[in-house]
Design a protein around this ligand. Structure first.
Ligand SMILES: [Zn+2]
Length: 459
């Protein structure tokens, strides 16, 4: 105990960190966890929150989202707060396909301004690199790293949107990033395979949503993962593999983990743990994302990898569009944009599918959604854990509350949910950031601008 009277005490709950659960009270002063005490502690506090019978978790981190489509950081951060997420790490960049001009430095600077004005939760930044950035990379990357952006992203697909980097460009990027202590996230799909198949299906008139998954085969993902990890092993650059979705990819990941090099981390998303490609027939373009929804065998393999610890992070990859923007829903799947919503439901769906179904423990889920993203992206131990001196970002989670997911009850502009009608057991009922209540019993209490930019720290 460091102070006499705390600003806030969360009493009677079950504290959950990655290593386990214990009965403990949390005392907060000036937005920081001042101390963690046994239940019988008589330490006074100005405000007392009764968390009896509830889980007390660190604020959840969503390390993968795109605030450039229907929802920007304002509405995304509101949805985040209501879903128990207190830190967002979105992908930002000087990407023409997102309507941006200027350099990555401008993009990062603009986003920090926008976020500090409009976000209700704290945020970090990942910076996307495209071919247009290649010339200026050597001077721009150190400047951006200095601003606390220590993770970057490149694409191995989407040449037609100006996103794809060739192997030489990936290696050059890795070299500069490694020199600056930063890491590279890679959208790993073999773009040549994707473009070739899309053209072939289009020529044949096979345009229905059911044809889409076949244009992004599992092996296109696995091959790209093999290749990018090979390049990174040569250059010695740390790698992050977002949205791993395929059985074959996990075979490659297992192989490279066994080799011990390069240093790399893996991520999957709730939709790859929940849905199969059957969803394309039910929802058409509304279920289009990349990589695509796959087969039951893949869903099972991704779960197995989560259980084994081969997957490090679960994130949303929220990139939602309005239903009307997704049109045509049925006639030409290749004309519809990529991406689905899923940020507000990220934790509750992962909890319901993972913990309630006995696949993983709650401490393991906390590792995947709090501690690991905080460690990988330089926010730990300020974020990702509840211990003395960490930010007082707290989620009180009631495992006994059942709720039905409905798009109309959510805080996004996106007007549909992949999980419409799904009944989830367990829900965040109180969300606190740096000692301030953001959400209570489903009601948003936060103001735009309450979120702060949290620069990533290199180890
Ligand atoms: Zn994404």
């Amino acid at each position: 105990m460091k102070i006499k009277t705390a600003d806030m005490a969360i009493k009677g709950g079950i504290l959950v960190n990655s290593k386990g659960v214990r009965q403990a009270d949390i005392f907060i002063k000036d937005g920081i966890v001042d101390s963690i005490e046994p239940h019988y502690s008589a330490k006074p506090a100005t405000k007392i929150i009764d968390a009896s019978g509830k889980f007390v978790l660190p604020g959840i981190i969503d390390a993968h989202l795109h605030p450039v489509y229907a929802d920007r950081i304002d509405t995304l951060s509101k949805a985040a707060a209501c879903g128990g997420i207190t830190t967002l790490i979105p992908y930002i960049g000087a990407v023409k396909a997102w309507g941006k001009t200027g350099t990555i430095f401008d993009a990062v600077k603009d986003f920090i301004e926008e976020g500090e004005k409009n976000s209700v939760v704290d945020f970090g930044i990942h910076c996307t690199l495209t071919r247009d950035d290649m010339d200026k990379m050597a001077t721009m990357i150190p400047k951006v790293v200095e601003m606390g952006v220590i993770s970057f992203k490149a694409f191995m697909a989407y040449a037609r949107r100006g996103m794809k980097l060739e192997d030489e460009e990936l290696m050059k990027s890795m070299e500069i990033l490694a020199e600056n202590g930063a890491s590279l996230a890679v959208h790993a799909e073999n773009g040549n395979i994707l473009d070739y198949l899309e053209d072939r299906f289009t020529d044949q008139g096979s345009l229905g949503p059911e044809f889409y998954p076949a244009t992004h085969p599992s092996l296109a993902e696995a091959e790209a993962i093999f290749r990018v990890l090979t390049l990174a092993k040569v250059i010695k650059c740390p790698i992050y593999l977002p949205h791993v979705s395929a059985y074959e990819s996990l075979e490659v990941i297992r192989l490279f983990k066994g080799w011990g090099e390069p240093v790399f981390f893996t991520e999957t998303c709730p939709h790859y743990l929940t849905f199969t490609d059957e969803e394309m027939k039910k929802r058409g373009a509304l279920a289009k994302m990349a990589p695509p929804l796959r087969k039951k065998k893949d869903v099972e393999a991704v779960w197995k990898a989560v259980e084994e610890g081969l997957i490090d992070v679960i994130s949303s990859d929220a990139a939602g569009h309005l239903v009307k923007t997704k049109e045509p829903l049925w006639d030409n799947i290749f004309k519809s944009p990529y991406g689905i919503p899923g940020l507000e439901t990220m934790f509750t769906v992962a909890y319901d599918e993972g913990v309630n179904k006995g696949k993983i423990t709650l401490p393991h889920l906390v590792k995947l959604t709090c501690e690991n993203p905080a460690r990988i992206f330089g926010l730990y131990p300020r974020k990702g854990v509840l211990q003395e001196d960490s930010d007082a970002d707290v989620v009180i989670f009631d495992p006994g509350v059942s709720h039905t997911i409905k798009a109309k009850n959510q805080h996004l502009k996106v007007d549909y949910s992949m999980y419409e009608g799904k009944v989830c057991m367990g829900s965040p009922i109180l969300v606190i950031q740096r000692g301030n209540i953001l959400m209570e019993e489903g009601e948003l209490k936060a103001e735009p601008g309450q979120g702060k930019y949290i620069p990533g720290k290199k180890d």
